[in-house]
Design a protein around this ligand. Sequence first.
Ligand code: AMP
Ligand code: MG
Length: 403
Amino acid sequence: MAEVPYFIDHATALEIAAKSLLQLESEDVPLDQAHGRVLSHDIASKVDDPPFDNSAMDGFAFMHEDSLHPPCSLEIIQTVQAGDTNTTQTLQTGQATRIMTGAPMPPGATSILPIERCEVDSLGQTVTLLEQGRPHFIRKQGENLEKNQVALTRGSNLTPSKIGLCATMGWPYVPVFKRARIGILSTGDELKFPGEKLEPHQIYESNSFGLAGLVEWMGHDAVRYEAVADSMDSLRKALTTASKECDLILTSGGVSMGDWDYVRKIMEEEGEIHYWRVKIRPGSPPLFGLWNGTPLFGLPGNPASSHVVFRILVAPYLRSSTAGGGPKEHHLRVQLADDLKGDAKCLALRRIKIDTSGDHPTAYSTGPQGSGNLNSIAQADGLTLLSPGQPSNKGDWCDAMLL
Ligand code: AMP
Ligand code: MG
């Protein structure tokens, strides 16, 4: 193990894993299926938007100079509606066009007055403008987007408004990163499927379910395998199957210093370890490496730790693999309302509940913070980001990551 980076800080761990990012291909999906996907290429507009000058209001269009001294009476020469295919006449001075929102501006018209500020005579032949016209009610060709303008870049999350923008730009299909297949392998002789009868010394397996949820939340496909027993043979078999079927493997358990920590052992002897142990609490045991060329994160077995380590090591790795796409990491400065345990050497990620109802965000402990207590994270909406040695008593301030 001498040459493997050991007990490194968080930033170094991110850097090392970033050298073995997933190489995800691109696929074209119809806009109907694009929600939550990440663009794999820049998207340039195929058109000017709007494609032509048009009215932002239902009202009248005319030459602006004809409205300078209201009230002004103008002759109504035509009506234009959005989508009209009739040819529009060019306006002369003293003339007005009845116009609807989205209809093209008639040639010669330079101003608009909304219908509520106009009076039309009983024959519908003359309009009296009660106020000066509003040139800014003309939506100018290309004011939103110009043709060939790159409006969305590689790595953008396709949110509803961005999907709408793709349609506006004339793209019926968009190029997105293929979802990664991420295999999840829990290890431990003591693990039983939830609901089965527990023998003495057994517990319900929970990590693979939580990790599968995190994988889906990041926009990828989780492949949850059956829990693996603590033996080199069963691990070797399971890892090899997962490496053939998946782009990335997440294991849980078996990466600490114990005699039964076979994930670490098999990765040392038969795989390739790029780092082992990171200065974070909880969750210092993780390793990163390759099994048969497939990237692998060995996450700790303690349930709160496996969740925290996903958020702090795996999520950034997945974002980098999709040019920054996926749910973002949001930070907030909070004042502690409880004493929390910091750490002299490690980044301390305590589970907190954040109250934003007062003058400033306040953070409460979610209760016993042992790394086996999954409830501490299930109740949390944030993790403290306490740097080594940072004071962490009631009244102290720190950064927090929102969950
Ligand atoms: P390990 O990292 O294998 O030493 O496991 C640390 C602790 O986490 C032990 O108490 C295990 O029983 C528990 N544990 C390991 N894997 C899981 C799992 N998949 N679900 C729930 N608890 C687990
Ligand atoms: Mg174990």
